[in-house]
Design a protein around this ligand. Sequence first.
Ligand code: ZN
Ligand code: ZN
Ligand code: FE
Length: 764
Amino acid sequence: MARPGLLRNRTALVKASPAAADEACRLHISGIVQGVGFRPFLYRLANAHALRGWVLNGERGVEVHVEGVAGRLASFVAAIPVQAPAAARIAAIEQEPAAVAGFGDFVIRESTKRSRPTVRVSPDLPVCSDCLREMADPHDRRFAYPYINCTNCGPRYSIVLALPYDRPLTTMRSWPMCDFCADEYHDPGNRRFHAQPVACPQCGPAYVLETQAQRVSGSEAISRAAQLLTDGTILAIKGLGGYHLSCDARRPGTIGNLRARKYRKERPFALMVRNLEVAREVADLSPQHEEMLQSVMRPIVLAPARIELEGVAPQNRELGIMLPYTPLHHLLFAAGAPEALVMTSANRSSEPIAYLDAEALERLDGIADAFLIGEREIARRIDDSVTGVGPYGSTVLRHARGCAPQAIARVPAGRPMLCLGADLKNAITLVVDGQAFASQHIGDLEHYGAFTAFKETVADLCEMYEVRVAELLVVHDAHPEYASTQYARTLEGEHRAVQHHRAHVASVLTEREAFDTEVTGVAFDGTGYGDDGTIWGGEVFTGSIRDGFVRAIWLREAKLPGGDAAARHPVQAAAGFLSALDDLPDLIGAPFDFPERYGKAARIARSGVRTFITTSVGRLFDTVAALAGFTREITFEAQAAMWLEHLAWSARNEDAYPFPLIGNRLDYRPLLATIVADRLRDRAPAEIARAFHHAVADAILTAAKALGAQKTVASGGVFQNSLLVALLAERLGDGLWLNQRVPANDGGISLGQAGLAAAYSATT
Ligand code: ZN
Ligand code: ZN
Ligand code: FE
């Protein structure tokens, strides 16, 4: 009797009848077509069309020779994009006629050895429906097996140690395949043909549960873990790109413990829910939200909350939700884990996600009560990706698992470039052969762990695409004190600095490969190093990537007393901005109730000592948040601005505060004076917050009209504000371009650096 593994092949292998071939062609298929089951797919497709020839992984993608009787070639070629594996992304199919060679069958040939691998290792994939079905079948060899996978699903980037992508160079190297798995691996008709991480319970890794009291493995580990979650335990769970900390999302007491142990007071936690139905219960999902939740990226999707889950996302109208994506997640829910789980990157506050077992056990000691540890190592850390949905479609807020590494755009670079990004929310971009590959989110480089991860990622990408650092153009932020800039200085080769806000604007245009488009470029964020050494963050440029960007309009300069601390204390930023106003009332008293820190900062601003000049719109948001009632210290980046947005969503007024363009400055003084007066008149803070959002949207419209370009581009952390984006959509419609594939925050900077440096190098 045939073994179940072979019976599972659903595609019938219709062997070609040996009629003489009368036409032949060569195909060259580029894009993400390697490591995603593309060759076995073509093998089955060719056989289904009774074609003969061969397929191989070539230098620039997949090469195919097919021949057969007239007419079948065309339908074969037409079927490729329609039926390609879910994880494949075809950039182009080039076809040229070839001579009939008289092949007897269709074969998968050995890959050609190349000088520089352009094998695009695909991002990690969620478990597919075929594997899920097998995993739920008690008669299947891989019943309830947490490492089930096939060529259509499972880990990729997170297990690759080196290229070419082959099992001995993955973290599966420690588990030799059993005969059963090996047969599937070598059978071109099988779904697991050349699936590098293929494994089964007989030959592969397992999960182990460690608590104070015991250590169990296999299915028992998973069912015990599900029970512990139900009982209110905090678990560290090893996933695809690192450890998560997890607990029942409906137990405020447990969530409170998690926050206390992790030193994470208020920053929202992401949720993993059992399935789409549960997602619909906790959040208001549009069709785009649902599509994004189920996409192969399986990101955390931000959506308006429907119910309050106490402690999960305090004072935030949105929840971050994701669906299960590894077999283990599905097994935990099947074993009875609570249907909504907090699922947050396992680390202490702001450290990068833990991904090595020893590191996790040590760092999470005292945070997690128990550890669910998978035996397969993780080759590199990758957080969950985060996406939002707005009037311009979906947008990536954190580019990580399921997206990285990925070619984001073609850039006109004549040489390889390493673009190091900015220090906050760092991500890097490597340009090889004119393709810009964006790394996963790395983190804030002021933390030692993140800086280490940054250096590892540079080495990693350079190795993966076989570029030597000495041949690279190294591109970095213009900030002389950024850790990324100082790191750049340690590298040999040619260097180029790119101004932060120009890189923000260029990131949007580089995504679209719009290098010549003349735009009005709006860059609003918290902090970036300006041409004049002051702290920029409210800049409007005119120009194009090709010709460069000229700063045309900016926020009126404000004082910023005390430097960096001002970013953590909204009242401190307020002291600086408000020092430009005449007739200011006493803000220490009601209704403002500013703390004493404000008085001190106001005195510093007056004296000019340790006072900086800024055009930061991020600090303007902080100032308005302080005036509307957020007078305490923030506990995570942009918290006050998010609070203000949350507040503004709850109001309905359509009026805007005055925010005029005087000369080439957007003058915030009338804006702030009116807000102070409104607050004294007892206007509701929510209405104030909303009228302020309208004012910012109006100011952008005013600037766009004044500069007159057809397209306005907006980037920078401020544009993660979904209310502001909605108000801009009303004003600018199709005339506005925002980031889609890289974040509007500093996570997108390295792609903008790539676009600008490429255009520069192309003209010199
Ligand atoms: Zn699968
Ligand atoms: Zn096996
Ligand atoms: Fe920025």
